[in-house]
Design a protein. Structure first.
Length: 386
């Protein structure tokens, strides 16, 4: 038996991280490593991280720092996931090994793998790495691509993953067919932006979806940048939409001026028209969107205008803006203070459609953050906005 490994993740509310964490754990298991349930019993500690925003980065760093203090002197510590590429300056390179999302081949070298990690699947999510109320644990996950073709001004994930790198359609079809033979009929198509799929291969998501059209399978799609998806929409066969149970199309703002500052260039009216067309073709498809509130210089009127998305989408999820290092949005004027962010947060909570209970049956849902209590959320905002 090879050296024992302690593997953990710092964030369980991300499908991409759930897939990556499952893949890495499966890699160790398939290469003969014992996977232990406590770091004291391991020879190597591997931590999968999130750096989506400052709070997730700080949570990741607190987990890493704790393991470094307790075990850094006598165990090998490897940090993977997005954070090593988003904030490499937070690490002492003499103490840890950093592996970015597109550098997984380094696991083969470090652990002398007989089964390369690119031959290991993360498609059946290990429920230890995904919150059961968040992930689609009954789905077979297929990672279409990593990275994207967009350059949103606030995004740190682009720093982690860069331009899009896609799987060929034939490979994806092969994964679907193999899973169907195992009895799977529900598939999650996963990417940082599914609308970027194929741009590096002279194909696109429309061609993939039309190819995947089977009467006996169901599809979930996470995520679709609105402008890219709007361009693809006319090329997708209408029958495909009747196979789709869930789609996330994150519009982020309804204000054209704010979208311009975000470097997201689309007309919100066109996106709304597209969403309505999808609902007409397939009324049972659950459509979700994200909104970033408190973006630099966003007015109260622009913020409140986003509530009209409740009439369009089945689920409306708000995230409060935080600066990321070395991205364009962090240099913009008009930053909010804590009192203004708390005012806006309470406006969301006062909305008649607001709920924290996904099982309430209330539609549309208006959710906040990552399952924090109200007190924890407000404390987090105070910390992020001095």
């Amino acid at each position: 038996m090879k050296e024992p490994i302690f593997f953990t993740t710092t964030f369980k509310l991300c499908d991409n991280n759930g897939y990556l964490s499952t893949q890495i754990r499966n890699f160790f298991a398939q290469n003969g490593h014992a996977l232990v349930d406590h770091p004291a019993r391991a020879e190597a500690i591997v931590i999968s991280t999130c750096g989506f925003d400052q709070e997730r980065e700080d949570i990741s760093m607190s987990v890493i720092d704790s393991h470094m203090q307790n075990y850094g002197s006598d165990k090998r510590i490897i940090i993977c996931g997005c954070l090593p590429k988003i904030s490499p300056d937070r690490f002492n390179f003499s103490q840890v090994v950093l592996i970015g999302p597109k550098e997984l081949g380094r696991f083969n070298e470090i652990f002398n793998a007989s089964v390369p990690i690119d031959q290991v699947s993360g498609s059946i999510l290990d429920q230890r790495f995904i919150d059961p109320q968040y992930g689609f644990v009954d789905s077979f996950y297929i990672q279409l691509c990593q990275g994207c073709v967009n350059n949103c001004s606030y995004c740190g994930i682009k720093k982690a993953k860069g331009m899009v790198t896609s799987k060929p359609i034939a490979q994806i079809v092969g994964e679907v067919e193999a899973a169907r033979e195992q009895g799977y009929r529900r598939f999650m198509l996963l990417a940082d932006d599914c609308a970027s799929y194929g741009k590096d291969l002279e194909t696109d998501l429309a061609q993939l979806l039309n190819t995947l059209s089977h009467d006996d399978i169901r599809l979930n799609i996470n995520y679709l940048e609105p402008r890219g998806f709007c361009e693809l929409f006319p090329k997708i066969d209408e029958r495909v939409f009747r196979q789709i149970d869930f789609m996330n199309i994150p519009v982020q703002s309804t204000a054209k001026r704010v979208l311009g500052l975000m470097n997201r260039h689309y007309e919100i009216s066109r996106i709304i028209e597209m969403v309505r067309s999808i609902k007409e073709a397939s009324p049972d498809t659950f459509l979700e969107t994200h909104v970033i509130y408190g973006f630099p210089s966003e007015t109260r009127e622009e913020f409140k205008d986003s509530f009209r998305l409740c009439r369009i989408f089945d689920s409306l999820i708000y995230f409060y803006y935080t600066d990321r290092k070395n991205v364009k949005a962090s240099t913009l004027p008009g930053k909010m203070n804590a009192d203004e962010m708390i005012y806006r947060t309470r406006q969301i909570m006062a909305h008649p459609n607001f709920t924290r209970d996904p099982e309430s049956g209330q539609t549309p849902l208006v959710l906040l953050g990552y399952g924090l209590s109200e007190a924890e959320l407000l404390q987090s905002i105070r910390k992020s906005y001095p």
